[in-house]
Design a protein around this ligand. Structure first.
Ligand code: FPP
Length: 247
């Protein structure tokens, strides 16, 4: 890849993306929705590579939400098949590029074949160390994640291994499925929708947002570069004043 990121002063450590617009991309061409998802998978490959070249350490992609189960059955089945084929096809590239595959969400809800394949590819990409983490959110919903964390914490309080007054910000963070991942610095949503759709609600407290009208299958290196440029031009204050930040 011949991307030049030299004009980007500050690269986000963790970029998270709500990949939206595959269906509309296909509809515009009078194709079925799965063709949109297939083209969307191409964008996943291209943006993973672009993120690696840019120096992004963590890329998290919202690939299947807890709500997506209610889509037509053939689309749901097609999406899992697509994911399995994609991981199999890209496995050696991930390993060569030292990209570890990681998952958040209810992996136990996935079709068995897809889950086994996904977990096998994950193990293989972890075997020899990594420089970048690609996290796929699968059967993921942030409220559900917070409910699970709350239950786990409540249970610790009940059995006496944790006192309620000991609960801090870190306690919640450590009980989420994203444990071990830094909070996202930049969250991108494609396709013109201005919503967060139950994605990383706790983790995005101080994230910068970038919304673009571009549909996910059309979101490629130039569009990603533009998002990084936008991020680099922002001042993150984390609740402080410009003066406190030395501005
Ligand atoms: C949203 O577009 C996209 C999804 C629900 C699925 C995302 C899947 C992919 C990008 C392809 C496979 C993923 C991987 C990781 C290889 P939409 O269908 O909601 O589009 P619409 O809003 O235009 O209907």
């Amino acid at each position: 890849m011949t991307l030049s990121y030299t004009d980007i002063e500050r690269v986000p450590r963790h970029v998270a993306i709500i990949m939206d617009g595959n269906g509309r991309w296909a509809k515009k061409r009078t194709w079925n929705r799965l063709r949109g998802h297939r083209e969307g998978a191409e964008s996943v490959d291209i943006i993973t590579e672009a993120a690696r070249v840019a120096g992004v350490e963590y890329l998290t992609l919202y690939a299947f939400s807890t709500e997506n189960w209610s889509r037509p059955q053939d689309e749901v089945v097609g999406l899992w098949e697509l994911l399995g084929d994609f991981l199999e096809k890209k496995k050696s590239k991930l390993i060569t590029n030292r990209i570890r595959l990681h998952f958040i969400g209810h992996m136990e809800h996935l079709p068995e074949k897809t889950r086994e394949k996904a977990l096998r590819v994950k193990r293989e990409t972890e075997a020899n160390g990594w420089d970048m983490t690609l996290t796929l959110a699968l059967s993921y919903g942030s409220r559900d994640e917070l409910i699970c964390a709350t239950k786990a914490i409540a249970e610790k309080v009940r059995v006496g291994t944790l006192r309620s007054e000991q609960i801090t910000d870190a306690t919640i963070t450590e009980h989420l499925s994203t444990v071990g991942l830094p909070d996202p610095d930049l969250i991108i949503r494609t396709s013109g929708e201005l919503r967060i759709s139950n994605f990383l609600l706790w983790q995005s407290a101080y994230a910068e947002y970038y919304f673009t009208d571009t549909l996910w299958p059309d979101f490629r290196e130039p569009e990603f570069l533009e998002a990084l440029r936008s991020y680099a031009g922002r001042t993150r204050r984390f609740g402080k004043t410009d003066e406190q930040l030395g501005g």
